[in-house]
Design a protein. Sequence first.
Length: 395
Amino acid sequence: MNYVSNWFRDIWNIFVNELRLIGRDNGVMLIFCFAGLVYPVLYNFIYHDGVVDDMPVAVVDDSRGSYSRRYVQKFDATRECAIAYDCVSMAEAEELMKEQKVHGILYFPSDFDTRLVRGEQAALSTYADMSTFLYYKNMTIASNLVMLDEVHQIQAEHYAAAGFTGQDAVQLIEPVRYDDARRYNPNISFTMFFIYMALMMILQQVMFYGSSTLAGTLREEGRSFARLENGNGRGMGRIVLGRGGAYFLIFLFLGVYGAMLVPNLFHMPMHTDWWDMVLFLAFFVADIIFFSFTWSSAITKRETVLVLLLFVSPIAVFLTGFTWPTENIPVFWRMVSYIFPTTFGCRAYMTLSQTGSLLSIAPELRAITIQTVVYYFLASVAVYVENLYISRKES
């Protein structure tokens, strides 16, 4: 009974001491307050619209036929693009793109109409300004929509010439009716792809860099987390749980703020129950805490964190699957992605926000739970090893 009371007393003392250390370190407080509170609002504000309408496009029509003119008219009628210039050559269109007067070029070769009249396959080319993904997305969507509509209309004309009209022609052109219904992102907004990833990434990075900065500062001063206040090093589990409790209190608040309040402020879709989201955040926050404790054990200087910030952040973002489909990521890098809590946290947060069901993120929750247990064990081992090193150094 005495051991149990001492165990809880030690956890409480470590918990209070950790909060005191966090409050006294101006750098850590700046990271937690500025990055944790300002970044979610800043990212939502910058990427609030997430769509570009009527993007200016230049047309180079070397075909000058009825099919190319009809294609241009339909292309101009799309929400995504608007024909701003009709150029006589690619050189003129490229100059307009360099001057940022247009962000895309639609090019029809001279044999475009001739091939279609003969019933052959015709090709056209699209070029997009890649200074932002939104321009490429608009060119691709507008081109594909018009192309599909043109294919159906050309087929209808050919079948009509062969004597098929009315319902017979419709069944030949489209034997299976296809309706495009986008439930969760009807406008294909870039915000829906980016913000959900960014909010979870902010939580992980703020936790890691804040706790690592504090760990580096203490080690520079010759102090360590691996010692209890009475001077002995027993109770590595108490140290990890006591410190973790302090960060859990802070980051559960930051998680609810960044993952729920800020998206609601910017009217982002949030279809899940409030308590389901809090439960997910509790799992994710525990994971990033023990993840940070494990890897911060290698931090010996405060400045090291800045180097890691530049090196690790792009890798962690890429491995979430935000910029590249996870199925196309090589096996080696897919295995590396399992190191980061955001690999599963970003997917779970996006899915839960859109579907509103904890069952839909059951695989991600299992992975996060396994990560939490593994990192808790590794963080405890790191405390034990550090304490052993300090004890031998002192003796």
